[in-house]
Design a protein around this ligand. Structure first.
Ligand SMILES: [Zn+2]
Length: 171
């Protein structure tokens, strides 16, 4: 299954274009290597704007949930995607190099037919954590550890006189 939404980005900005839609995770093929499964969908909004220096750019918002793989237990890890980014459109390679030197803004090379879905896929992949793990208490690798811990602590706390003492108190 593949989806695409192709724009001429400079035209899109000139017309102050705005577009929103949904993409099934299943359609983002390059993302699949990072995923536990292909369930879910992402919603996005793209709008053409000029930045404060009058440079054309694309404002992109992406939201949704994807399922990553926990590096510790290899289980399903729900990851919330909540991205907002402004990408300056460079018209030439030289302009792109120049923009790359400026750390305050990300730039992309503008091509007459740009696939927004592919752009969204890039942005999500770039945003992924290098190593993803469940938080403590949510990880099943952790769970095994804590079950073991509680078993040992139970045997330790079961003092032979504790029951006797409890019996004495009720009398
Ligand atoms: Zn885990």
């Amino acid at each position: 299954m593949s989806v695409s939404f192709v724009i001429d980005p400079l035209d899109f900005v000139q017309n102050t274009g705005i577009h929103h839609g949904k993409i099934p995770v299943d359609a983002l093929v390059r993302l699949h290597d990072f995923l536990f499964d292909k369930e879910g969908e992402l919603i996005y909004q793209i709008s053409g704007q000029f930045d404060k220096h009058e440079k054309p750019g694309l404002h992109l918002e992406i939201k949704g949930k994807i399922h990553l793989i926990c590096q510790r237990c290899l289980g399903k890890l729900v990851h919330t995607v909540d991205l907002q980014t402004f990408l300056v459109l460079a018209k030439t390679e030289a302009e792109l190099d120049q923009a790359d030197e400026d750390d305050s803004a990300d730039a992309i090379l503008s091509t007459p037919s740009m696939d927004v879905v592919s752009l969204i896929e890039d942005e999500i992949i770039l945003s992924l954590p290098i190593s993803s793990c469940h938080t403590e208490g949510e990880c099943s690798a952790q769970e095994l550890e804590s079950i073991k811990d509680s078993l040992t602590s139970k045997t330790q706390s079961a003092h032979p006189f504790a029951a006797l003492l409890a019996l004495k108190k009720t009398n």
